[in-house]
Design a protein around this ligand. Structure first.
Ligand SMILES: [Zn+2]
Length: 138
């Protein structure tokens, strides 16, 4: 059975998804380097803070002017982290492996998991190609 969640971080821990034991080295190196990027950028803590502020905003409902500010700040924080997190983690991985290592690793993982490539993944693959070749490739 193929894992739905390949790999993720919890605080300073990296959880490697079940079924990835046979992942070839380029893919495994990329996964670890990418997850180290999430740890370095503290994406988990930022996500938790965003969620906490949204919850706090809901609790402050009796004071609407404060509640709205706190909730909106938390939501913005969450959206910004969600938008940039994967790009930042890939850029961190590129510092360790180089962009060719990142590109090869991503393709390795996708091939190994035999999963459809998501639109977001396509953007990240394209970004790695641009970093290598300096222009979009088709
Ligand atoms: Zn990630």
């Amino acid at each position: 059975m193929m894992p739905r969640q390949a790999t993720f971080t919890v605080g300073r821990f990296i959880a490697i998804g079940q079924g990835l034991e046979g992942l070839p080295a380029p893919g495994a190196r990329y996964l670890v380097a990418h997850e180290l990027g999430h740890i370095a950028w503290r994406h988990g803590a930022k996500t938790a803070t965003g969620l906490f502020l949204i919850g706090l905003g809901m609790m402050l409902e009796p004071i609407p002017e404060v509640a709205l500010g706190v909730g909106a700040f938390g939501l913005t924080m969450l959206m910004v982290v969600r938008h940039y997190a994967e790009f930042q983690a890939d850029a961190f991985a590129a510092r360790l492996l180089g962009w060719p290592g990142v590109l090869e690793g991503m393709q390795d993982v996708d091939c190994y998991l035999q999963r459809p490539v998501s639109p977001m993944r396509k953007v990240r693959i394209e970004r790695a190609r641009r970093a290598i070749h300096g222009k979009p490739s088709h």
